[in-house]
Design a protein around this ligand. Structure first.
Ligand code: GUN
Length: 292
C-alpha cells in the first residue's frame, strides 16, 4: 500500500511554477497576477484565501485582494468583477465561495470573464472541459488528475466510482475521467444521495473517489482489495487537543481502509495541498494565454 503524498507533489508543482515565473520575468514579462475577492468574515474562507495569497507570493505572483463586508450588495460585487475583467494587468479572478445568501452565486460566477476564471467554475469552462476543449479545470479535480498522473495510476478502462455530485468536485471529476484522453478513458459511475446499493457499487471500483463531505463514510467493507482510494473530504470537527480547536476529517475511514488499498490519499496531506497548487497553475496558464 502506497500513501499518496499530496504535500510533496504540490511542493514539486509549486517549484515548477516558480521556475516558470522566474523565466517569464527574465524574459521581460510581468509576473502572473491573481485577484481574490472575499465577502464577509467566514473563518474557513478567510483561512483558505489567506493560504492562496501566501502561495501566490511563494510562486512569485502578484496579488490584489478585495475584502467586502457581509452586507455588500450584489451590484457592488459585480462592479468589482467587471473592473477586474477589464484590467489587463489582472490574469485571474477568484471570488471565494460560499457567498452570503442575498447574493446569487451563479450570477457572480458567470460575471467572471472565462479567460480569467482560474477557478474553472464558469459554464464556458465547464462545458469546454467536458467537450475535451482547452479550458480551466477546477482546482480539486485538476489536483486529483495530477496526483493520478504523477503516481502513474492508469485510468484507462478502469471502473472509477465517484461519490458526490457537487459542481466543484464530483461532477467535473466524473466527466474528466470519462473523456477520451490521457487520464481519462475510464468507465465512471457517479453515486449520490439517491443512489441505491452504494456499498455494492463502491466494492466494484478500481478507483474510488469520495467527495461527499461526510466524515468516514467509506468503510473497509466498501473497498475492493487493491483499489485506489482518493479522499476529497475535509470536514472540520471540534478537537480541543488541537491548537486550532478543530481536526480535519476525511470521507474515508483511513485506518481500516488503507490496508486494503494499492494507493490511498491521507487527510490532511492528500488532495488538499493539490488544490492550491492547481489554482497557481491555472493562474500561470491564464497569464500565458494557454487556453484563450
Ligand atoms: N470555496 C471552497 N472551495 C473553493 C474554491 O476552490 N474556489 C472558490 N472560489 N471558493 C471555494
Amino acid at each position: 500500500m502506497t500513501i499518496i503524498d499530496g504535500k510533496q507533489i504540490a511542493a514539486q508543482l509549486k517549484a515548477e511554477i516558480t521556475a516558470e515565473v522566474a523565466a517569464m520575468r527574465a524574459n521581460g514579462q510581468r509576473a502572473p497576477h491573481l485577484a481574490t475577492i472575499l465577502v464577509g468574515h467566514n473563518g474557513a474562507s478567510e483561512t483558505y484565501v489567506a493560504g492562496k495569497i501566501k502561495t501566490c507570493g511563494e510562486c512569485g505572483f502578484d496579488t490584489t485582494h478585495i475584502q467586502l463586508e457581509n452586507d455588500c450588495d450584489e451590484q457592488t460585487l459585480l462592479h468589482h468583477i467587471h473592473r477586474l475583467n477589464d484590467d489587463p494587468r489582472i490574469d485571474g479572478i477568484l471570488v471565494q465561495l460560499p457567498l452570503p445568501e442575498h447574493i446569487a452565486e451563479q450570477k457572480v460566477i458567470e460575471a467572471i470573464d472565462p479567460r480569467k476564471d482560474v477557478d474553472g467554475f464558469h459554464p464556458a469552462n465547464i462545458g469546454r472541459a467536458s467537450l475535451g476543449l482547452p479550458a480551466f479545470v477546477a482546482a480539486t479535480p485538476a489536483g486529483i488528475l495530477e496526483l493520478l498522473r504523477r503516481y502513474h495510476i492508469d485510468t484507462d478502462g478502469k471502473h472509477c466510482v465517484v461519490i458526490g455530485r457537487s459542481n466543484i468536485v464530483g461532477r467535473p471529476i466524473a466527466t474528466l475521467l470519462s473523456r477520451k484522453t490521457d487520464s481519462g478513458n475510464a468507465t465512471v459511475t457517479l453515486c449520490h444521495s439517491h443512489t441505491r446499493n452504494i456499498k455494492e457499487i463502491c466494492r466494484t471500483a478500481d478507483i474510488l473517489i469520495a467527495a461527499l463531505g461526510q466524515p468516514h463514510f467509506v468503510t473497509a467493507d466498501m473497498v475492493k482489495e487493491g483499489a485506489v482510494v482518493i479522499d476529497v473530504g475535509i470536514t472540520r470537527t471540534p478537537d480541543p487537543t488541537k491548537k486550532s480547536g478543530y481536526a480535519l476529517k476525511g470521507d474515508v475511514d483511513f485506518e481500516h481502509v488503507a490496508p486494503k488499498c494499492a494507493f490511498i490519499t491521507p487527510v490532511p496531506g492528500g488532495v488538499g495541498p493539490m488544490t492550491i497548487a492547481s489554482l497557481m497553475r491555472n493562474t500561470l496558464w491564464a497569464a500565458q494565454h494557454r487556453y484563450y
